[in-house]
Design a protein around this ligand. Structure first.
Ligand SMILES: [Zn+2]
Length: 280
C-alpha cells in the first residue's frame, strides 16, 4: 500500500473520516468502536462511542455535557504526547479554538497527516494558541473561509460593549454566546480589559464555566441571573445562549439591550452578527 495515496489509509465512510491502519474515526457523526475527538463542540463530539481518545479537557466537557464520554473507556492524551494506535502514531497539538481543542497529527510509514478540527489563529486567553505543524496532507474545516465572513477585531468589539455600559448604565446588556468557548473567551477578554464586576450567567452556561475554572482558566466573579435583584442587573453584563435571547427570557431583565458574540468573538450591542455553525 503506497502511503502517498492517502485515500488508501484515510477514507470517509458512513460515520465520517476513518483511519484504516489506526482503526479509528476522527470526530465521527455517529457511534463507533474507537473515536479520536478534536474538541467538545456538539458537531464534533457525539455520544455512544465505545472508546474515546481526546485531551483531558475535552473528556471533561464531554462528560459534563453528554454523560460518560465513552461506553467502555476513554484515554486522555496530553498536548504533544505521541501515542501508538494500531499501526499509526497519533499526536494532539493545540488548535486554538476552545479549551482542550486539538489538531490530530497522524503518522504512518513516514507520511504525516494533520486534521485540524475547528481552529483559529487569533489570540484567545482561554486556550493554547494554534500550533503550525508541517505535514504531507492537511485536512481542514473552512466554515468561515469565504470572504463574505468579516468579523470585527475582538478587543475592539469588547471595548464597544464596555462603552455601551457607560452610555446605558440602567440597561442590562445581554450578550448571546455559545456555551463552550465563546462565553468564556468573552468573559476572559472583558477581564483582560479591566472589567471586574460580576458577570451574570443564564443557567445553561454555568456548567462549562465550571470546567474552565477546574482547568485554571480564571473567569472572575460569575453569578446566576436567576435570583439576582433587578437593581443588581442594571448596567450589568448578562450572558445567555442565543436561543434564550430570542425567547421571552430577557424580558425579566431591566430594559435589556441585546448583543451577540459572533464566530470571531465580535460583540455588537444592538445588532446581531454572523452566527457560528460551530455549535456549543
Ligand atoms: Zn468547534
Amino acid at each position: 500500500m503506497k502511503t502517498d495515496h492517502f485515500e488508501s489509509w484515510l477514507a470517509v465512510d458512513a460515520r465520517g473520516l476513518f483511519c484504516r491502519p489506526g482503526g479509528f474515526h476522527i470526530d465521527p457523526h455517529g457511534a463507533v468502536p474507537r473515536a479520536v475527538i478534536t474538541h467538545a463542540h456538539s458537531d464534533h463530539a457525539r455520544s455512544g462511542h465505545d472508546h474515546v481518545l481526546a485531551t483531558r479537557e475535552t473528556l471533561a466537557f464531554m462528560e459534563t455535557r453528554l454523560g460518560a464520554a465513552a461506553h467502555l473507556g476513554s484515554q486522555a492524551v496530553a498536548y504533544g504526547e505521541t501515542v501508538q494506535i494500531g499501526e499509526v502514531t497519533v499526536k494532539l497539538v493545540p488548535a486554538g479554538h476552545v479549551l482542550g481543542s486539538v489538531q490530530v497529527v497522524i503518522e504512518w510509514r513516514g507520511r504525516r497527516v494533520v486534521i485540524s478540527g475547528d481552529y483559529k489563529r487569533s489570540a484567545d486567553p482561554t486556550c493554547l494558541a494554534f500550533e503550525l505543524v508541517a505535514c504531507d496532507l492537511f485536512i481542514t474545516e473552512a466554515t468561515f473561509a469565504l470572504p463574505v465572513f468579516q468579523h470585527g477585531e475582538a478587543q475592539g468589539e469588547v471595548a464597544k460593549l464596555l462603552k455601551s455600559l457607560t452610555q446605558f448604565p440602567e440597561r442590562a446588556h445581554v450578550v448571546g454566546v455559545y456555551g463552550l468557548g465563546k462565553c468564556q473567551r468573552l468573559i476572559a477578554m472583558l477581564r483582560e480589559a479591566g472589567y471586574v464586576e460580576p458577570i451574570f450567567l443564564h443557567g445553561a452556561l454555568a456548567a462549562c464555566c465550571e470546567v474552565y475554572e477546574t482547568f485554571d482558566v480564571r473567569l472572575g466573579t460569575l453569578k446566576p441571573t436567576t435570583g439576582a435583584e433587578r437593581d443588581e442587573l442594571k448596567g450589568a453584563i448578562v450572558m445567555a445562549p442565543p436561543s434564550a435571547i430570542s425567547d421571552r427570557w430577557p424580558r425579566r431583565l431591566p430594559d435589556a439591550l441585546n448583543a451577540f458574540a459572533s464566530a470571531g468573538c465580535g460583540c455588537a450591542p444592538g445588532r446581531a452578527s454572523a452566527a457560528s455553525s460551530c455549535r456549543s
